[in-house]
Design a protein around this ligand. Structure first.
Ligand SMILES: N[C@@H](CCC(=O)N[C@@H](CS)C(=O)NCC(=O)O)C(=O)O
Length: 207
């Protein structure tokens, strides 16, 4: 059976949401990042990158990297409409996913949460965190504009891009305890109201 390796409230939450939206059976395998289980010999056998999410498919092979996992899941369940293959829609979906995963997460949140990854010098950490916050704020403004006249990033239908934005919204609202811009906040509330999202949050102990 498909197995998602996750840590509660991590970026794997977005993949967990997609699995719940799809509704096919899957198992959860918790990797406690706080206890550094991502570096354990057992987990390194699953994902030598020591990161979550990782998705073990039915044939035992493991897929890593948020955009790849989300794309693979959406393509395997085309009836769920999580990834339109219409040229403009597809390009815009990937644009949003990449902005969340590669820029806001990797460049923004990593600076805020792990400034030591950007500078070994503790005296720099305040400036590194401030730069991370700037990247996050700029991203939220961009997403706010995108959502000004739409329920979801692609229009009326939720896509993998919304699941990516959701984990980021969760971090801003629940971890940083910062307000979300109006349209992004409405999107966050809309996502939380979806039964699949509520179930993923509850199953991660985050409800
Ligand atoms: N590029 C990876 C990033 C995944 C990632 O950074 N995951 C974090 C949790 S949100 C992680 O596993 N961190 C553990 C660590 O860095 O030691 C992806 O897109 O899936």
């Amino acid at each position: 059976m498909t197995k998602l390796f996750y840590s509660p409230g991590s970026c794997a939450l977005g993949i967990h949401v997609l699995l719940e939206e799809i509704g096919a059976p899957f198992e959860l395998a918790k990797v406690n990042l706080a206890a550094r289980e991502q570096f354990s010999a057992d987990y390194v056998k699953v994902n030598p990158k020591s990161k979550v999410p990782a998705l073990m498919r039915d044939d035992g092979s493991v897929l890593t990297e948020w955009p790849a996992i989300a794309t693979w899941l959406a393509l395997n369940h085309p009836d769920k409409g999580l990834l339109s293959l219409e040229k403009e829609q597809l390009a815009r979906t990937l644009e949003a996913v990449d902005y969340v995963c590669a820029s806001l997460h990797m460049q923004g949140f990593t600076r805020v949460w792990k400034p030591e990854a950007f500078s070994p010098n503790e005296a720099d950490h305040g400036a590194v965190k401030a730069r991370g916050q700037e990247i996050i704020d700029k991203g939220l403004i961009w997403f706010d504009g995108e959502l000004a006249s739409k329920a979801y990033l692609g229009g009326a239908q939720m896509s993998i891009a919304d699941a990516a934005l959701f984990y980021l919204e969760f971090w801003v609202a629940e971890r940083l305890k910062q307000p979300l811009p109006a349209h992004v906040g409405a999107h966050y509330a809309r996502m939380r109201a979806r039964p699949a999202v509520a179930k993923a949050l509850a199953d991660e102990g985050l409800a």
